[in-house]
Design a protein around this ligand. Structure first.
Ligand code: GTP
Ligand code: MG
Length: 476
């Protein structure tokens, strides 16, 4: 029997939670009640500020989040997603808390009082790590750690950790490592202090040069090592990118249209690729199962060849270090003729999911590429919801990679959006239709022209509509 996932537990709890409307007067009361349990995460992970840090090894964790603008449901969904991320990273989520406050506390993320409550909760549950649903400033993380007395990590660290666990290819590993080091650099313990102390050393009365202990020396050394390593990784990634570019330009030269499957993590992108091409790509109910793009050959129902690529999934608040590091991989998307954008139909916030994907697509300058929105997991949604989804995004498709529902329509829709191959034309075009010959020169590929008595003898490859006109004008 499948054990009930923490996510389910949280979902049940979320459903039972009161959903009062808010107004200013209620804020205090609500704030008092608003430390909502969600799920936890904590462990005896390596100090995140260790240079050698690779994996968090999370075990028993408590999640925390704040909730300012937006609805409670959004905040709960976001924390639920963090729970899924934490579990994917290998953590056991014990509990989760949401605090309502307009802004996270600059010092300790949660307010002082709530941080103390968190400490008590962590202690009573025996949790060993707290995960904050945000990217914490280094000082915030340390201050909160001082109060709760267990490790505190943030959402970015979790996502980086999952990527580190899942990266398979040399390129993927290098990209993740670069992102990790970028994240780590400003978080070396004591880095902030060492900087200010060095400055102080210049001024009279400050702690002098002699007061710089071995700690700082080590940190300086670590920083230098990290910077050197990052420079090397950037060079490696650039080299691998050029190999990828060569492969891609070969594909482009061969004139084979390219389709990229993009979408939120766990939406079922790999499942759809497998369904279409029997590619055998790893499918897993885990976030970021796919980090290395798989490219497969496929053909339309009418026999036209195209390539179809699986890509890394996206998530809300995708760490910018990762977008940077994975840019070359994401470029697979920006060179596509069509983006098949897979959306998990069971997500309570499909529009939010779509928006997140559009943001990343825009970052790799792929917004202008035609997009086909495909709601997947249709087998899990009611007929009512199916109608609602279709209404939500006109022109979208509803499929199930699991049952095969709608896959034939998807094949047809992909075929219809791909550029039609050029058609070969051989014939004599009367001089009165010189315009058609000009268009063939402009928009097609002309093999030869010869001027004969009846007109221009043309051999060319042109788009189907022009081919039809040429055929009509042709001298028999
Ligand atoms: N019920 C149902 N489950 C599906 C369907 N398609 C995919 N799944 C499940 O959803 C989970 C995620 O599927 P993947 O294909 O790995 O998703 P992905 O988008 O490639 O995920 P990442 O690579 O992690 O970003 C797996 O557990 C699949 O079995 C579907 O049509 N119906
Ligand atoms: Mg995948």
């Amino acid at each position: 029997m499948e054990k009930e996932s923490t996510l389910d537990r949280i979902l049940r709890r979320g459903a039972a939670a009161p959903r009062n409307e808010f107004d200013g007067d209620q804020l205090d009361l609500e704030a008092r009640e608003s430390l909502r349990r969600v799920a936890g995460l904590s462990t005896e992970l390596q100090d995140i500020s260790d240079v050698e840090y690779r994996q968090l090894r999370l075990e028993k964790v408590v999640l925390i989040g704040t909730w300012g603008s937006g609805t409670l449901t959004d905040a709960e969904n976001s924390l639920r997603e963090l729970a899924a991320l934490a579990e994917t990273a290998g953590a056991d989520v014990l509990d989760g808390l949401l605090q309502r406050r307009s802004m996270p506390d600059p010092a300790t993320y949660l307010g002082k009082g709530k941080a103390k409550e968190l400490h008590d909760l962590v202690k009573s549950l025996g949790a060993d790590t707290v995960i904050a649903n945000a990217e914490l400033a280094p000082s915030q993380r340390r201050a909160l750690e001082d109060v709760v007395k267990v490790k505190v990590v943030d959402r970015t660290a979790i996502i980086l950790d999952i990527f580190a666990q899942h990266a398979k290819s040399r390129e993927g590993k290098a990209q993740v490592e670069l992102a990790q080091l970028e994240y780590l650099l400003p978080r070396l313990r004591g880095w902030g202090e060492s900087m200010s102390r060095q400055a102080g050393g210049q001024a009279a009365g400050g702690m002098g040069i002699g007061s710089r202990g071995p700690g700082e020396t080590k940190i300086e050394l670590d920083r230098r090592r990290i910077n050197t390593k990052m420079a090397k990784l950037r060079r490696d990634i650039a080299a691998m990118k050029s190999a990828r570019d060569t492969k891609r330009s070969q594909r482009q030269k061969s004139n084979v249209p390219q389709v990229a499957i993009a979408g939120y993590t766990n939406a079922g992108k790999s499942s759809i690729l497998n369904r279409l091409t029997k590619a055998g790509v790893l499918v897993e109910n885990a976030l970021f199962a796919t980090l290395d793009p798989t490219v497969r050959q496929h053909e339309t129902p009418d026999g036209r060849q195209y390539t179809i690529a699986d890509t890394v999934g996206f998530v809300r608040q995708l760490p910018h270090q990762l977008v940077e590091a994975f840019r070359s991989t994401l470029e697979e998307i920006s060179h596509a003729n069509l983006i098949v954008h897979v959306v998990d139909a069971t997500d309570p916030d499909v529009l939010g999911q779509i928006r997140t994907v559009h943001e990343v697509v825009a970052e790799v300058e792929a917004s202008a590429i035609p997009e086909l929105i495909v709601f997947n997991k249709a087998d899990l949604v009611s007929e009512e919801d199916q109608i609602r989804l279709r209404g939500l995004v006109p022109g979208s498709l509803l499929v199930s990679a699991r049952t095969g529902l709608g896959i034939a329509e998807l094949e047809t829709a992909i075929a219809a959006s791909l550029p039609k191959p050029d058609i070969e034309f051989v014939g004599v075009v009367p001089y009165s239709r010189g315009d058609l010959v000009s268009r063939a020169h402009l928009a097609g590929r002309v093999v030869s022209t010869d001027y004969v008595e009846a007109g221009t003898k043309l051999h060319a490859f042109v788009k189907p509509d022009l081919a039809a006109e040429l055929e009509e004008a042709k001298q028999s």
